[in-house]
Design a protein around this ligand. Structure first.
Ligand code: UD1
Ligand code: UDP
Length: 364
């Protein structure tokens, strides 16, 4: 069995890392195809280095562009590589343009597709990620759903049950594999001059929040309200997309401590000791839940409803007063919820399943 692992952005590198490590550990035949959707050192290479991942065999250097430009370029280049390599299965993770391009290219070549983190839905069709998820799920042959809830969503969409496997989310594997290193190392607190438990952590990058003048202005004003009310630092490792838009709109970021995007260990360390996390990231909502840190999501919806069910997360949207109100609520939240995203063995389970299915299909 030859596996092609297709990835291209920060969260995909992080969430695919347990699967890549499992392929390495078992000496499987596989290769990494990097779309180059993310390309600056601290959004890309740093994670390969820190998580000890082998280099990608191919990097397409796609870079930025409109959705069509990015997806189209990748589709054409991925097809060429898949034709040359003829893998038995392509694995994609999540909901980015890289994921859709990888799945489409494979499907047109009749190569089997495994979708890691299948069955997530925000039911907001204006999000580019929602389109990518739905299309990828519906052209995949094996769907690795993180929870029973995501499996049920797939069943409701008439995807046949024999293709769906509940594995847990690989983010739990990554958190467990790196938490010790993260809690031991105290550099980031010294570097930033902050104390454990005495800061808020912010991440913000979603297109619908940061490319929209009014929404971004409201969210930044919400941060100012928080800073005035609590007088503690709000640490924000700023995503390059948001940096670009803040500069373009000429906004001030008073009350926010802006820093460059962090490596995984430092970021995990900051997450672990934050009073609360404010975010519009999918992965960060999950990590907050796994780590027992209350989360305020700066969106109207989430494709991670499990976090709302267990009480680790609240939807605040972009209204400044509501952000303040939700933050106050979450600061008092008892964090004894159960982690709904699995036991930290999702990567191993996914490779076991691939192996078993391969043996069955090939009569071994
Ligand atoms: C993409 C994904 C989003 C995911 C996010 C993870 C899609 C549609 N969006 O959004 O689902 O949550 O990645 O972070 O696939 N840039 C850099 N350096 C980089 C990468 C990006 O400077 O390494 C800047 C460029 O100006 C670029 C902008 O960020 O135009 C947006 O990058 P892009 O990959 O298109 O989308 P993200 O917002 O990162
Ligand atoms: N992350 C990181 N450094 C940072 C910010 C985030 O390592 O400065 C990690 C975070 O721990 C999570 C992932 O990046 O695992 C989330 O990526 P992002 O928010 O870009 O994308 P999303 O999950 O929303 O698709």
């Amino acid at each position: 069995m030859k596996i092609s692992i297709i990835l291209g952005t920060r969260p995909e590198i992080i969430k695919m890392s347990p699967i890549i490590k499992e392929c390495e550990r078992r000496g499987l035949k596989y290769f990494i195809l990097h779309s180059g959707q993310h390309y600056t050192y601290n959004m890309d290479k740093i994670f390969f280095e820190q998580l000890h991942l082998p280099d990608a065999k191919y990097n397409l250097d796609t870079g930025p562009g409109t959705h069509a430009e990015q997806t189209g370029k990748m589709l054409i280049m991925i097809e060429t590589i898949l034709k040359k390599e003829t893998p038995d299965i392509v694995l994609v993770e999540g909901d980015t343009n890289t994921v859709l391009a990888g799945a489409l290219a494979a499907s047109k070549l009749h190569i089997k597709i495994g979708h890691v983190e299948a069955g997530l839905r925000s039911y907001d069709m204006s999000m580019p990620e929602e389109i990518n998820r739905i299309l990828t799920d519906h052209c995949s042959n094996i769907l690795f759903a993180p929870t029973n809830k995501s499996k049920d969503i797939l069943l409701e969409e008439n995807i046949s049950e024999d293709k769906i496997f509940v594995t847990g989310n690989t983010i739990v594997d990554v958190v467990y594999q790196n938490l010790k290193k993260a809690t031991k190392n105290s550099d980031i607190f010294n570097d930033l001059g902050i104390e454990r438990g005495e800061y808020f952590l912010l991440t913000l990058h979603r297109e619908e929040n940061v490319d929209d003048y009014k929404r971004l202005r409201k969210i930044l004003y919400g941060m100012k309200l928080l800073s005035n009310e609590f007088e503690i630092p709000i640490i924000y490792p700023i995503h390059p997309r948001t940096k670009k838009m803040i500069n373009r709109f000429g906004f001030h970021t008073n009350g926010i401590n802006l820093i460059e995007p962090l490596d995984y260990i430092k970021f995990l360390q900051l997450e672990s000791y934050a009073s609360i996390i404010l975010t519009d990231s999918g992965g960060v909502q999950e990590e907050a839940c796994v780590l027992g840190i209350p989360c305020v999501t700066l969106r109207e919806n989430t494709e991670r409803p499990e976090t709302l069910d267990v009480g680790s997360n609240i939807l605040a949207g972009s209204d400044p007063e509501r952000i303040l109100e939700c933050s106050k609520l979450m600061l008092n939240r008892d964090n004894k919820w159960e982690n709904p995203f699995g036991d930290g063995n999702a990567g191993k389970r996914i490779i076991d399943l691939l192996n078993n299915l391969w043996c069955i299909n090939n009569g071994n």
